[in-house]
Design a protein around this ligand. Structure first.
Ligand SMILES: C[S@@+](CC[C@H](N)C(=O)[O-])C[C@H]1O[C@@H](n2cnc3c(N)ncnc32)[C@H](O)[C@@H]1O
Length: 259
């Protein structure tokens, strides 16, 4: 490691609700010189930063990248070169569809010290807030976390194989391909009436859920004008949302700043 460089912490910000962040993440935010944060990070978390901390939005929205990944990697190297403590704050967990490893490889190439602080991934917390457990005895013994938007030309998802292999599927970034994914799963052997939930802004006060079946999800989305960011949960576990109560955020932002 180059001793003149600062250190980068890749920190998971959790799924949205600002209380679902680790104590370690809070400690690091308090001592950071710079925080580079993403689109899905709850901005309330930035209230933990000191007055002198530089806060830089580097988020990516679909088709609207503030910073292309290469530029972002360079930015990390730039700030580390100034000898600063950098928190790279990423939605959910940095290693779950978060491109965290790409940023770490850049840091390694440049001899920059780093540490990863895991976060609660949206794939578990967002369904839980809507009364959906991703596994349940006698209903779902297996769960797969999968992207609906794999890197171009590489490592594409075999939906038909997954239809047989996994009881619950939790699909990140799947909104724009939802009906295509559903059709592939039906071809692969899942029943037409398999329940599907699409959950938008999960764990935030404005969270909303749309439920349908594999056969009807595309039409239901069109009727409601359903937009990303959302997570899709497919499987019998979705039916628990009729019995379990949803979790609603209760702590207000001003209470957080005193912690
Ligand atoms: C680039 S991935 C990042 C996932 C993140 N690293 C994690 O562990 O949750 C972004 C996708 O995660 C899902 N997602 C993240 N936060 C969400 C939330 N609060 N509500 C619904 N979906 C969310 C959506 O599918 C979104 O398009």
């Amino acid at each position: 490691m180059n001793p003149k460089y600062g250190k980068v912490w890749l920190v998971g910000a959790g799924p949205g609700d600002a209380d679902l962040v680790s104590v370690k993440a809070v400690k690091l935010l308090k001592q950071a010189d710079v925080v580079l944060y993403d689109y899905l990070v709850n901005k309330e978390l930035l209230e933990y930063c000191s007055a002198s901390c530089e806060r830089l939005y580097v988020g990516k929205m679909k088709d609207k990248h503030t910073y292309p990944q290469d530029d972002l990697n360079e930015l990390l190297v730039h700030y580390a070169g100034k000898g600063q403590n950098i928190v790279r704050l990423k939605g959910g967990d940095p290693f779950v569809f978060g491109r965290g490893v790409e940023e770490i490889l850049t840091l390694i190439e440049n001899g920059i010290d780093y540490e990863v602080v895991p976060g609660i991934t949206s794939g578990v917390a967002v369904p839980a807030y809507m009364g959906i457990p991703v596994t349940a005895r006698h209903v779902a013994s297996s769960v797969t976390f999968v992207t609906g938007h794999p890197a171009k030309g590489k490592n594409s998802v075999d939906w038909q194989a997954l239809a047989k292999a996994s009881d619950t599927l939790v699909v990140y970034m799947g909104v724009s391909n939802a009906q295509r994914i559903a059709n592939e799963l039906i071809i692969g052997g899942k029943k037409n009436e398999t329940p599907v939930a699409l959950i938008r802004w999960g764990t935030y006060p404005q969270q909303e859920m749309l439920t349908a079946t594999l056969e009807t999800i595309g039409e239901a989305m069109a009727d409601r004008g359903f937009m990303p960011p959302a997570l899709m949960v497919i499987g019998e576990v979705v039916n628990f949302s009729n019995q379990l109560k949803p979790i609603i955020q209760s702590i207000k932002p001003q209470e957080i700043s005193h912690v």
